[in-house]
Design a protein around this ligand. Structure first.
Ligand code: KG4
Ligand code: ZN
Length: 339
């Protein structure tokens, strides 16, 4: 497990490259794209262009920071999907060419699996990893899933959103409040100063372990629209309470189904992954489950929550050991089902 693997991530709006040796991350460089801020969401065309500009400098700096030469790499791992096709093509094409040039194996990685497998990064020798089977709440801008993880590459999605993802709910609520994209981190920040019980929203009524967040967005929009009719300054006066209330509602809903999943499966080892796992209230709420429900909770380090190439590199490392390589004909996929 001491091989050097380069991971490349370009599925959405972050260009990232990381070098891992064994399970230890030597570098994890991320170039965020600020071009999308004014648009309220990621503009795919602009994202692919920015990836094209960023990819070589990001890879060069990942190798430099890891203090290794490209000829020392054992394999190149890249995100094949899901994500924006134009963005994925930049990372995929670069990875294929680089692996061909260096004459080393190419390894495809599924972005959502990688978010979960980030839990197997061990930067310090004492870092604990979850035992199988465990449940993972995977919450990002595009996904909200409860995954039953039986082994590194044996995962079953037992709960899923039927419409918006949790990250999308954060981002859309932020947009309604006039906050820039991505709104999740700003809602988190403002919530610390607000009252989470100031406003109430109806709970989604979806059976089983599935989620729905689109109705919540609509009730948030209507509440604000109605109050604005009476008071034009309603948002400015209540922004912290609005953030705290919508955040509390989203987190309670995430937790309700996760608790149900734990009860139904009898599994008490629970992890969280994806961009929304950076949320401070979600992290605290999950940690409190250790005391109240006897869970063993795994929360990724902050730098491995939102999109990063370290998670691609660890997944690549785990596949490298199994010799699961990809050939040069590989093309990216936008959705997990379209492989
Ligand atoms: O995993 P990620 O970086 O990209 C996707 O694969 O989608 O997740 C991005 C999402 C965005 O919706 C962003 O608003 C949300 O994660 N996010 C947060 C926080 N940090 C990022 N949501 C709530 N609280 C945060 N602190
Ligand atoms: Zn992601």
């Amino acid at each position: 497990m001491s091989s050097y693997i380069l991971g490349i991530e370009s599925s959405c709006d972050d260009t990232s490259a990381a070098v891992i040796q064994g399970t230890k991350v030597l570098s994890n460089i991320i170039a965020n794209q600020s071009v999308h801020k004014d648009y309220g969401g990621v503009v795919p065309e602009l994202a692919s262009r920015a990836h094209q500009q960023n990819i070589i400098p990001v890879i060069e700096s990942a190798l430099r920071k890891a203090n290794i030469n490209k000829n020392q790499l054992h394999a190149i791992a890249f995100t094949r999907g899901p994500g924006l096709l134009g963005s994925l093509l930049v990372g995929t094409s670069f990875a294929k060419t680089f692996a061909l040039g260096l004459d080393i194996p190419l390894i495809e990685v599924d972005h959502m699996q990688a978010h979960i497998l980030a839990h197997f990064i061990q930067d310090e020798s004492g870092d604990q990893v979850p035992d199988f089977p465990f449940l993972c709440l995977t919450v990002s801008g595009g996904h909200t899933q409860i995954v039953l993880v039986k082994d590194h590459f044996d995962m079953e999605i037992i709960g899923n959103t039927i419409d918006d993802a949790a990250g999308e709910a954060f981002d859309k609520a932020a947009k309604i409040l006039g906050l820039p994209y991505p709104g999740g981190p700003l809602i988190d920040k403002n919530s610390k100063l607000g009252n989470p019980n100031a406003f109430k929203f109806p709970r989604p009524k979806i059976p089983g372990l599935n989620y729905s967040f689109s109705g919540l967005k609509t009730s948030f929009l209507y509440l604000i629209r109605d109050h604005l009719k009476q008071d034009k300054q309603f948002i400015e006066k209540n922004v912290n309470d609005l953030c705290a209330s919508i955040q509390r509602t989203i987190i309670q809903e995430l937790m309700r189904k996760l608790i149900k999943a734990s009860e139904e499966t009898g599994i008490k080892t629970v992890a969280v992954a994806g961009g929304v796992s950076a949320n401070s209230e979600l992290r605290e709420t999950l940690m409190s489950m250790e005391g109240s429900h006897g869970w063993k909770v795994f929360i990724p380090k902050f730098e491995y929550t939102t999109d990063n190439a370290a998670m691609i590199a660890i997944t690549g490392q785990l596949k490298y050991i199994k010799k699961e390589f990809t050939d040069q004909k590989v093309t990216p996929y936008a959705r997990s089902t379209s492989k």
